[in-house]
Design a protein. Structure first.
Length: 178
C-alpha cells in the first residue's frame, strides 16, 4: 500500500467517523454527506443511492460502480481482490516470488437492495431491480428482476412476482413507511 493511498484512506475514515452520528438521526442527510466522500475516493456512482450502511466495507473504491436507488444494508463486504491464485500456484509447486492479487471490479445496477452481511465477490455484475437476501455470497452475473439468496447466491424468484405476493401480504400486515 502506497503512502498516498494510506493518507487517502485515513482521511476517508476520519470523515466517515465524523458523519456517523448523523446516520442515527437522519439517514438522508447522512447519505448527502457520505456519497461525495465515496466519489472522492474513486467510487463510480451513477445516480443517487438510497442508503449505504455505516459498517459496509469496500476494499477498492476504484473498482466499484453503484447505480441509482441502491440500498446496501449494514455489515456487507465488497471484495474486488483475490489472493487465492497464489495458494493454487503453490499447490502445483509453482511458488511465486510474492503474493499475486487478481483484481476485478463490481457493478451494481439500478434499484438494487443488498441485505445485511452479504458478500459481493470480485467480477460480480448485479443487474437492475434485484434483491440480494441477507447473508448471501454473490458472484458472477445476476440478471435483471431477480431475487437471490444463499451461499452461493442463486436466483429464487422474479422480483415482479415477489412484489405481487408482498402487496397481498401488506394488506394484512403492519407496514411502516419511511
Amino acid at each position: 500500500m502506497t503512502i498516498s493511498r494510506i493518507i487517502k484512506r485515513s482521511c476517508f475514515y476520519f470523515f466517515k467517523k465524523a458523519i456517523v452520528f448523523v446516520s442515527y438521526f437522519n439517514h438522508r442527510i447522512y447519505m448527502k454527506l457520505y456519497i461525495p466522500l465515496l466519489k472522492q475516493q474513486g467510487m463510480k456512482i451513477t445516480g443517487t443511492p438510497r442508503y449505504i450502511g455505516y459498517h459496509v466495507k469496500f476494499d477498492n473504491f476504484n473498482q466499484i460502480q453503484l447505480g441509482d436507488r441502491v440500498v446496501i444494508s449494514d455489515e456487507c463486504f465488497f471484495l474486488t481482490h483475490d489472493y487465492s491464485y497464489t495458494t493454487a500456484l503453490i499447490a502445483i509447486n509453482e511458488k511465486p516470488k510474492s503474493d499475486i492479487e487478481i483484481v476485478r471490479g463490481i457493478i451494481i445496477g439500478n434499484n438494487v437492495f443488498v441485505g445485511k452481511r452479504s458478500i459481493i465477490m470480485p467480477n460480480t455484475k448485479i443487474g437492475n431491480n434485484v434483491i440480494v437476501g441477507a447473508g448471501s455470497v454473490v458472484r458472477g452475473v445476476i440478471p435483471n428482476d431477480s431475487v437471490v439468496i444463499g451461499n452461493p447466491a442463486t436466483v429464487v424468484a422474479n422480483i415482479k412476482d415477489q412484489a405481487s405476493k408482498w402487496k397481498k401480504l401488506a394488506k394484512i400486515s403492519n407496514i411502516r413507511q419511511d
